[in-house]
Design a protein around this ligand. Structure first.
Ligand SMILES: [Cu+2]
Length: 215
């Protein structure tokens, strides 16, 4: 090799020889048809080979703050408990009519918290009975290998290890989840570039702030 060996590579070689090679990360760049960055896209890897040991679901938080849900999109592993703290001084009323999880958390006030366990895979849309513009998505996945793109359209997924995977890409403005196959080597994968044909943004904008009512 003519080039000097980077410090990271020699470290990698050491790990190979000890058999403790960590799974390499996979990076994604998601753009729309005009080349603009796409935030809030969920990328997930589903093994096509033997099923790995089941992962243990953790917890996630979707706050109600300043009369919005935060975050807008939350990918979780099946079985994850999502907490819904109300950080406003007013009441909200969370509901979902989505098939994977129909539920309702009637009016509860600031400082209070409810929670829901999402036990079926699929996309769950959250609304608020009081504030029409409040919307959030819980993307419930049967795999722990997922990531969400940031404002620059980038996501980094902690590598699940070598093997063949189905890559799924979901976004609120996609008509249908996109899929493709991805073969990961022990060294990971070259950065994956994805272009999405998104539907127009029909998100309801929040009501003006000059209302004098109690909401
Ligand atoms: Cu609300």
């Amino acid at each position: 090799m003519k080039l000097p060996v980077p410090a990271g590579l020699s470290c990698l070689l050491l790990l190979v020889t000890t058999g403790a090679l960590p799974a390499a990360d996979v990076t994604f760049t998601v753009r729309d048809a005009r080349g603009g960055p796409v935030a809030d896209a969920v990328v997930s890897l589903h093994p096509l080979g033997p099923a790995p040991a089941p992962a243990v679901p953790g917890e996630a938080v979707i706050a109600q703050e300043d009369k919005e849900y935060d975050p807008y999109v939350t990918p979780v592993l099946v079985g994850t408990k999502v907490r819904f703290p109300n950080r406003d001084s007013i009441q909200h009323h969370i509901y979902s009519v989505s098939r994977p999880k129909r539920f309702e958390k009637p009016l509860y006030g600031g400082g209070a918290e409810e929670s829901v366990v999402f036990d079926q895979p699929g996309v769950v849309v959250l609304g608020c009975n009081i504030h029409d513009w409040m919307i959030a998505y819980v993307v419930v996945l049967p795999t722990p290998h997922f990531a969400k793109t940031d404002a620059t359209g980038r996501a980094r997924l902690a590598g699940p290890g070598a093997g063949r995977y189905r890559l799924e890409i979901w976004h609120p403005r996609l008509a249908k989840t996109e899929t493709r196959e991805l073969e990961l080597s022990a060294a990971g994968h070259a950065p994956v570039a994805v272009e999405l044909n998104l539907r127009p943004d029909r998100r309801i904008r929040r009501a003006p702030e000059n209302r004098t009512g109690g909401y």
